[in-house]
Design a protein around this ligand. Sequence first.
Ligand code: ATP
Length: 254
Amino acid sequence: SKRDPIVVARKVTRSFGGINAVDVEHLEIPRHKITALIGPNGAGKTTLFNLLTGFDTPNSGDWEFDGKPLAKVASHKVARMGMVRTFQLTKVMGKLTVMENMRLGAADQPGESLGRALFKGLWGGREREITKQADVLLEKFKLDTKRDDYAASLSGGQRKLLEMARALMVRPRLVMLDEPMAGVNPALTQSLLEHIKNLKAEGMTVLFVEHDMQMVRHIADWVVVMAEGKVVAEGPPAVVMKDQAVIDAYLGAH
Ligand code: ATP
């Protein structure tokens, strides 16, 4: 079948002092699939996420999302274009309610601003639509009973769910999850996995960073391996996990 990647990146570099945190020659993220980005600590995974989503600026290189050039586009515009990400440490706002956090997610939508979303509650006629969309998502993520609670009262796993739900408020085509399983208790692990699989079933593309290889084997269609800023292997999980370069990359880290 013809390759139709949702993201294509070329010669992307980012260094900090003397360290080449990211030095990617070529990277493609397959559309409508779940791709795992793996690699030892310090491999550059989070830095690559930051670059692709406009939270950091590359030293060089460019990339396209859905055929549109996206290098050096600001993060809120990246989100509006349909590419959202979550963070290793969630950016859920504890002093806001669950619903207010969801509204903030909608602030990344065209025509909205953070100020309007947060303080004025004016939505240019879209308030009802946004609230309804948030309620549907909260029910789906089983956070509807927490709707009016402060986000600070949520467990670590519930915060991960809220962050994922909030990211979906922009109706993205690509969802990037940075260590979605970290800090999630076993009771919520299975449901998080199901949510990630559902994103794909609903037509989205997923890219996630993960250290848990069992999870990678379980849900990834494709695996990209980074080590020392470079892509050292990619392919289906069963093939990549047997690759000597991959094994070396991990052993090299210990
Ligand atoms: P982990 O699995 O531990 O999250 P990672 O693969 O996400 O690691 P990065 O966090 O992207 O790796 O880090 C890549 C390299 O860049 C590391 O050597 C790190 O110390 C360095 N680095 C990342 N961000 C910065 C920064 N803001 N300032 C200085 N160095 C940085």
